[in-house]
Design a protein around this ligand. Structure first.
Ligand code: 8YV
Length: 321
């Protein structure tokens, strides 16, 4: 019998995922969930046929170049792969996979939570209840914005964007989207395609960012793009913080041009942006878009499916490099 491949698992994963790893692989697990830096990654990779990382491990050009030759596949526990220098992996001939589909529902749920939280000032209300500062009520008290029947613009109509559109239809929202290519009518489900951001942005009551962070999209949502939104628009981001020019967003939120923002992701993680956190008109979460039990198991299983395929000689379903 062939020996089992060795897998270096960078973070503590759910028990069911560890069980499958222990059954099918020689697994170097991280039960204490220590955060490994580049040196420790290289040290632990010395005997690994595969690495199963999260987005918390940054596979820079230098780190990828230094990986030992034994590493043949990096099976990410994430759909986003902006923490991986894919060109560097291609140059090394190391296969890279991600975990699409399985976190679309969870992330769309979080996007709805952010949309409602930002529109209805949930952060302010929650803080008031906790610090005991709720002293009064009036018809003008804590008045927010309705989302029912409003127009939602989605930038990036992949699986998460499509699932968000589906959920938003439950709130009678009118859906517009901008994407690299137009979807088929079956996938559009009545959403209107905008061929340019110039067409999409002025029409949005709510704007949701759902595209990956790539060299082309980093920082694209800047002051000029923000100005194209109608006054009082709401912005939500469950994709990557790097898409947004955060200082410009702060200015737009201070002026009220953007009425509120609901954010799960930030340029700097962990930690976020303290200037954004100081603004009352923000509803903020700590990158927990896919953090529910069912999805965490499914992400681990999807990463394992990719590794299983690779080591059985079949092409892994979610190959990105
Ligand atoms: C994950 C995410 O929790 O999958 C992604 O791209 O952003 C998150 O939902 C995280 O990346 C796990 O590594």
């Amino acid at each position: 019998m062939l020996s089992k491949p060795t897998v270096f698992v960078t973070r503590k994963l759910p028990d069911a995922v560890h069980d499958r790893l222990n059954r099918d692989y020689v697994a170097d697990l991280n039960p204490d969930d220590k955060l490994y830096g580049a040196d420790e990654i290289l040290e632990r990779a010395r005997y690994a046929d595969a690495i199963l990382p999260c987005h918390t491990e940054h596979f820079t050009e230098d780190l990828v170049a230094a990986l030992p030759d034994c590493v043949r596949i990096v099976a990410n526990f994430s759909v986003g792969v902006d923490h991986c220098d894919l060109e560097a992996f291609r140059a090394r001939g190391i296969v890279v996979t991600n975990t699409p589909d399985v976190l679309s529902d969870a992330t769309a749920e979080t996007a709805m939570l952010l949309m409602l939280g930002a529109a209805r000032r949930a952060g302010e209300g929650e803080r008031m209840m906790r610090d005991g500062s709720w002293k009064d009520w009036s018809p003008a008290f804590m008045v927010g914005t309705a989302i029912t029947g409003k127009t939602l613009g989605i930038i990036g109509m992949g699986r998460v964007g499509q699932t968000l559109a589906q959920r938003a239809r439950g709130f009678d929202m009118n859906i517009l989207y901008y994407n690299r290519s137009r979807l088929s009518p079956e996938l559009e489900q009545g959403a209107r395609y905008c061929a340019t951001l110039d067409e999409l942005l002025p029409a949005c009551d709510v704007l949701s960012l759902n595209c990956p962070a790539t060299p082309e999209t980093r920082g694209f949502f800047d002051a000029a793009r923000m100005k194209q939104l109608p006054a009082g628009a709401i912005v939500i981001n469950t994709a990557r913080g790097a898409l947004i020019d955060e200082p410009a967003l702060i200015e737009a939120l201070k002026s009220g041009h953007i009425a509120a923002a609901g954010l799960d992701v930030y340029v700097t993680e962990p930690g976020g942006n303290t200037d954004i956190a100081a603004l009352p008109n923000t509803f903020l979460l700590p990158h927990i878009g896919s953090a529910n039990r069912e999805t965490r198991d499914a992400m681990g299983f999807r990463a394992l499916d990719n590794m299983d395929a690779y080591f059985s000689g079949a092409p892994p379903g979610d190959r990105v490099a």
